[in-house]
Write a protein that binds this ligand. Structure first.
Ligand code: G
Ligand code: G
Ligand code: NA
Ligand code: MN
Length: 257
């Protein structure tokens, strides 16, 4: 039933939309970029959370079509926002989540290249978020694909870092740019020195390997300050802003949070 409805939504695309959650530079709280998060407003059932429909999209393979649509939509949007930035300001980046099924699609690199071309987006503005399990599943194969994507000039980050089963022996071989510290670690930081140490060690590891660090799930100013003390590069979470409709997100372009 949900598969049928999702298929319908994907052919009409009227009930699907993309929310954008700001990502800030921790030092200045200035806007650095956005994460694109897909939303489904079902005509009868209302808002269906991605945690519910993404797994269905994954198991049916619909996530490949869905993912391409989100990628194109997010690229179209960042091209518009980039034009609205003050001349000389650093470009914003746009993070887009990828599923394992997209990585397995032999056309994926070509799809990315084509979307960048048709939207006029600089490859370096686009950051693709992959989960640890998606990458580690077929590590050698993934590394080759990541290298191809990186050769396009696209940035890559590992999402939900610390919750999967990243093998440290592969991590240093991965051609990636950033680690995203999973929000479970961020939200536990205020509880104990031990939890803070876990985040500190993830950040040390990232630096050692030359990756920058994005902390997600920052909900309080206390969380933000603990992360600033660890010199975390970027932050994301309800403390700064929720995932927003495009019109709301657009108001933040060029401003501080
Ligand atoms: O905020 P949120 O409820 O949006 O996200 C729930 C989950 O859905 C997260 O794990 C998020 O990564 C995933 N998700 C959101 N948008 C997309 C998307 O466009 N593609 C994929 N593969 N996952 C997404
Ligand atoms: O799996 P991924 O990291 O892509 O998931 C992003 C999810 O995290 C989205 O569902 C988004 O709505 C949610 N999210 C973003 N900021 C916060 C936050 O500060 N707290 C919590 N609990 N969830 C958040
Ligand atoms: Na993500
Ligand atoms: Mn995440």
């Amino acid at each position: 039933r949900m598969e049928h409805d999702l298929r319908g939504a994907l052919s009409g695309k009227t009930d699907l939309w993309v929310a954008y959650q700001p990502i800030v530079e921790m030092v200045t709280s200035g806007l650095a970029g956005f994460e694109a998060l897909v939303r489904w407003n079902h005509p009868e059932r209302g808002n269906i959370p991605p945690g519910v429909f993404i797994p269905i999209a994954e198991s049916t393979g619909l996530v490949v079509t869905l993912g391409t649509w989100v990628l194109r939509e997010a690229c179209r949007q960042i091209a518009i926002w980039q034009d609205q930035r003050e001349p000389g300001s650093a470009p914003l980046f746009m993070s887009v989540n990828l599923s394992t099924r997209q990585l397995a699609d032999p056309n994926f690199v070509e799809v990315v290249r084509e979307v960048l071309r048709e939207t006029g987006v600089e490859p370096s503005w686009l950051k693709l978020e992959l989960t640890e399990s998606a990458v580690m599943d077929k590590a050698e194969q993934s590394i080759r694909l990541l290298q191809e994507l990186r050769a396009l000039g696209v940035k890559l980050s590992i999402d939900d870092f610390g919750t999967g089963y990243s093998s440290l022996s592969y991590l240093h071989k991965l051609p990636i740019d950033s680690l995203k510290v999973d929000r479970s670690f961020v939200s536990a930081m205020h509880q104990s020195e031990e939890n803070r140490a876990i985040v500190r060690i993830i950040m040390d590891l990232a630096r050692l390997l030359g990756f920058d660090v994005i902390a997600e799930g920052i909900e309080t100013s206390a969380d933000a300050n603990l992360l600033r003390a660890l010199a975390c590069d970027y932050g994301q979470g309800y403390h700064f802003a929720r995932p927003l409709p495009p019109e709301e997100a657009g108001k933040l372009v060029g401003g501080l949070l």
